[in-house]
Design a protein around this ligand. Structure first.
Ligand code: A3P
Length: 287
């Protein structure tokens, strides 16, 4: 399969396998309910993990959704083609994921009380994860060398644009307590504590036993063994797990195995510059 030209949507590059002008229009016209929950992520920051977590938290630990519905239909992407297909099957409260920056959210979202969980991941690990993803996903451009990919990543010539633009866009005082920020690293370090925060934010009131049960089912090991979540249902011509599994390492700090000191210096200086003057600071040291 040769990788097709990306769609350019409001200056963002999107792979046409999952996105189309129709799906983007569908997203713009989507009618958001007050009870909807959106996990907002820059790609490779823990999206599929949230597709496992949200149904379990919202349904008191009931395993049926994660055992019977593929992740992309269970918690669909707002911007992808599948949403129009499965939207009528979503039960309330509906959970969705999106890689959209804030300003591309549908007007109905802005007027709603829908909640947002923004998962942030150290951009160096995001880039490493993305590099491997580009190798295994035939619908993405060949990443080229590591140096070439880093330049594309830092200049936003990758799907969904610059990491810094995405992160900045979601710092919206207008969202008030409708938005919760959590890091991928916090989730890895103490998943039950992260689940407790998510559950409290969503008003789910789960007991410790249920939190523990959810944590077990959302571990990387459990998800690797779940055919509804490990992308084994996707034909090899689209995603080739022999090149790199989608659920790859699942650890913070893998960038240390990939960056040279020159690459680190370049990466850090670009991200620092992009973050200059922002009123919030990143939760990781960039060095
Ligand atoms: P790595 O490539 O570093 O392993 P996304 O779903 O946004 O595309 O993010 C994919 C990344 O999240 C991959 O990172 C994947 O392994 C990691 N991930 C998914 N589920 C996870 C889990 N249960 N625990 C830890 N990491 C997880």
């Amino acid at each position: 399969m040769t990788s097709p030209e990306y769609i350019c949507y409001h200056d963002l590059l999107l792979p046409p396998e999952a996105h189309s002008l129709e799906s983007l229009e569908f997203a713009q016209n989507f009618s958001v309910n007050d009870t909807d929950v959106f996990a907002v992520t820059y790609p490779k920051s823990g999206t599929v993990w949230m597709q496992e977590i949200l149904p379990l938290v919202l349904n008191g630990g009931d395993l049926t959704p994660i055992q019977t519905i593929p992740n992309w239909d269970r918690v669909p992407w707002l911007e992808e083609k599948r949403l129009a297909v499965v939207v009528d099957q979503l039960t309330s409260p509906r959970a969705m994921v999106t890689h959209f920056p804030y300003h591309l959210m549908p007007p109905s979202f802005l007027k709603s009380k829908a909640k947002v969980i923004n998962v942030l991941r150290n951009p160096k690990d995001v880039m490493v994860s993305s590099y491997y993803f580009h190798q295994m996903a035939a619908f993405l451009e060949d990443p080229g060398t590591y140096d070439e990919f880093m330049e594309k990543f830092l200049t936003g010539k990758v799907m969904f644009g610059k990491w810094t633009d995405h992160v900045k866009s979601w710092r919206q005082p207008a969202l008030g307590d409708r938005i919760m920020y959590i890091t991928y690293e916090d989730m890895v370090q103490d998943l039950p504590a992260a689940l407790r925060r998510i559950s409290d934010f969503l008003g789910c009131n789960l007991n410790d036993e249920t939190i523990q049960k959810i944590a077990e089912h959302c571990s990387l090991k459990s998800m690797k063994g779940n055919n509804m979540s490990n992308f084994s249902l996707v034909p090899k011509q689209y995603m080739d797990a022999t090149k790199s599994p989608f659920l790859r390492k699942g650890v913070p700090g893998d960038w240390k195995n990939h960056f040279t000191s020159e690459q680190l210096a370049r990466f850090t200086s670009v991200i620092r510059k992009e973050m200059e003057g922002e009123s919030f600071s990143l939760p990781w040291s960039l060095d």
